[in-house]
Design a protein around this ligand. Structure first.
Ligand code: NIG
Ligand code: FE
Length: 404
């Protein structure tokens, strides 16, 4: 048996669903051929005569699958630090949005930015995520809200793969908010999304999924339904910002359409959780937004556990509700604020995040046949990734078999 690269002598958190808990293997080894994992197990069980072009001694370090940030709005222009100060003085996310700020203020900045400017802004944030072991991330549009500007955002997101050793999964979020030019004709904007924007994004292969913001300040369940039906007709998987600020039946709606994920979920009820479990829709928990908006209503983690809903954790990195560029901090917030266990937090940024992206056949665990995306940590126990606040124990990162 021959490998391009062989890592040995490490503590592997495989996240394999066939193993207990995190699927730990002490004194583990990972063999890689052509960018994929071709062998994993105990170093002492390596086949006699196994050889490799390069052998790397892990010296007992913990190895996890490369981390996956499955919900980000990484591409945008400008910031909303001024609105942050307004909120500190007592204004709310909603009153700021009603006055034309919020998402729309980022829309104004993003519309006048070039694709290159968007890419370079996103790279600064991407580098911070990659420095913490992220090897795959999802990036949404949603700050363009015209055909050209939504496609520009998706192209900027796709372009990140040419600049860095990372996989990008895109979501078209044209249904993020109603743009000002359609304020008095919202149904005409929904028509544009369905008749122009989704077909164009699908034709160019720019969107891996379609997302929407189901919220009283954004789109009604009936409008989301229309968007979802169109997306489905184009063969695009779905995800939904659901039940974040108000309970709108978003979780059940996502489940009804067999969405890959429903995200936020601070106001989801037991029926929503059961519907998600039945549909296999992953709950994407976003503690950065909960924290930064000083939300008081917790997502029903107990109900998700009880119903058997898989839970992912992500940064929701965006300039408004969650200016968070640290996936490790998202894990820490998830255990402290949402009561996740350490194992749930780590699974939430690996195996479950891969499921939320519909990619668990390719990434998210250390198993034969999967991409050899690894995060090697200057740590031996998984809890060390979750425990520190602002300390990054990453030792090295491997993307598709290559240290990067
Ligand atoms: O995930 N909830 C809707 N969208 C974003 C916020 C975007 C923004 O405020 O710019 C979110 O929290
Ligand atoms: Fe979001």
């Amino acid at each position: 048996m021959h490998f391009d690269r062989l890592w040995r002598g490490g503590r592997l958190a495989t996240l394999s669903p066939d193993r207990e808990g995190l699927g730990l293997i002490d004194d583990g080894a990972i063999g890689c051929l052509h960018g994929k994992i071709s062998w994993v197990g105990r170093s002492s069980d390596l086949p006699a005569g196994a050889s490799a072009d390069e052998v790397i001694d892990l010296q007992g370090r913990l190895v996890t699958p490369g981390l996956i940030d499955c919900h980000t709005h990484l591409v945008f222009a400008g910031d909303r630090a001024d609105e942050f100060e307004m909120r500190l003085r007592g204004e709310t996310y909603e009153t700021i949005a009603q006055a034309g700020g919020g998402i729309l203020s980022t829309v104004r900045n993003t519309r006048v930015a070039t694709q290159d400017q968007l890419t370079s802004g996103a790279l600064d944030r991407l580098d911070r995520l990659m420095a913490e072991g992220v090897t795959t991330l999802e990036v949404k549009s949603g700050y363009g809200l015209t055909l050209d500007d939504e496609l520009k955002m998706l192209r900027a997101a796709r372009g990140l793969e040419r600049e860095r050793a990372v996989s990008v999964v895109t979501s078209l979020l044209a249904a993020h908010t109603v743009p000002p030019e359609y304020r008095d004709s919202r149904s005409a904007y929904v028509e544009r999304i369905c008749d122009d924007i989704i077909p164009a994004a699908a034709a160019e292969g720019l969107a891996d999924a379609v997302d929407a913001f189901c919220e009283t300040s954004a789109f009604t369940p009936a409008e989301v339904r229309r968007v979802f039906e169109t997306a489905r007709a184009h063969g695009l998987p779905l995800r939904l910002h659901a039940d974040q600020r108000t309970a709108g039946g978003g979780a059940a709606l996502a489940a009804e359409f067999g969405a890959l994920s429903a995200d936020h979920l601070e106001r989801t009820d037991a029926a929503g959780a059961r519907a998600m479990a039945a549909a296999g829709t992953v709950a994407v928990l976003l503690p950065g937004a909960y924290y930064a908006l000083r939300d008081k209503d917790l997502p029903p983690v107990g109900l998700f556990r009880e119903a058997g809903v898989n839970m992912a954790v992500a940064t929701d990195c965006n300039p408004g509700s969650s200016p968070l560029t640290s996936i490790l901090m998202a894990m820490n917030l998830a255990v402290i604020l949402f009561d996740l266990t350490v194992d749930e937090a780590l699974a939430g940024v690996t195996r479950e995040a891969a499921r939320a992206l519909g990619r668990f056949d390719r990434i998210g665990s250390l198993e034969v046949g999967k991409a050899c995306d690894l995060a090697v940590w200057d740590a031996t126990r998984p809890v060390e990734l979750v425990y520190w606040m602002g300390r990054n124990p990453l030792h090295s990162r491997v993307f598709q078999g290559v240290p990067a």
